[in-house]
Design a protein around this ligand. Structure first.
Ligand code: ADP
Ligand code: MG
Length: 190
């Protein structure tokens, strides 16, 4: 199969662009035992495609999954520009994160790098680290990851999250606690 043009290469996956489609292909890892490697790639690939579909079902703008195979899936290409750290992005990330959490989904890496703006709509990509959970702790970790990429807009991020999330206050409180612990550890040079 002609995968198209390689446009990104992460530790987990290679991204190919082919006309109006994107192919996310999970790399073989030679340091893993072959059977384990195959099972892992298959599981992660399947999970990411499933999460994208789920996010779409709850009405979030994510790429449409077109085809799913063992170690790759094909999705709609979002032709737009990468979001950057701005008030507008912080507002959208807070909203999107709240909606995902309200539906039991943890994204795992919702930063401006994983948002593409097309026709003023903020699309969410990269569900490679996502999973299902309703735990406050997991939501707080998720929010903290977004915070680290949007530090200068934390007020906007947190207020947007709180406004839209069912347990917003509790999650923000927990996140502040984790954030404090991380800072304390860093100050002590741990
Ligand atoms: N559906 C898509 N439409 C347009 N570009 C995409 C799409 N999916 C991925 N990309 C591009 O490929 C890059 C890497 O994809 P991503 O899913 O974030 O992989 P990784 O897990 O390696 O971060 C993105 O930052 C983006 O530039
Ligand atoms: Mg990414």
């Amino acid at each position: 199969m002609d995968l198209g043009k390689l446009i990104a290469k992460g530790s987990e996956a290679e991204i190919y662009s082919n006309e109006d489609k994107i192919i996310k292909f999970r790399n073989r890892k030679d340091y893993r035992i072959k059977e384990i490697d195959e099972a892992l790639r298959k599981e992660r690939n399947r999970r990411e495609a499933r999460m994208l579909k789920k996010a779409r079902e709850i009405g979030l703008p994510v790429p449409n999954v077109i085809k799913e195979e063992k170690d790759y899936f094909i999705m709609e290409k979002i032709d737009g520009k990468k979001a950057e750290s701005s008030i507008e992005t912080a507002k959208h990330i807070g909203e999107a994160l709240a909606k995902l959490h309200n539906n039991g989904i943890i994204h795992g890496d919702l930063t401006p790098y994983n948002m593409i703006i097309r026709k003023n709509k903020y699309h969410i990509i990269d569900f490679g680290l996502s999973f299902f959970s309703n735990r406050i702790e997991d939501r707080a970790d998720d929010l903290l990851t977004s915070y680290y990429s949007l530090r200068e807009h934390e007020k906007t991020l947190f207020s947007s999250y709180e406004k839209n999330s069912k347990d917003g206050k509790e999650v923000v409180k927990r996140m502040e606690k984790i954030k404090g612990r991380v800072r304390y550890a860093n100050d002590k040079g741990c």
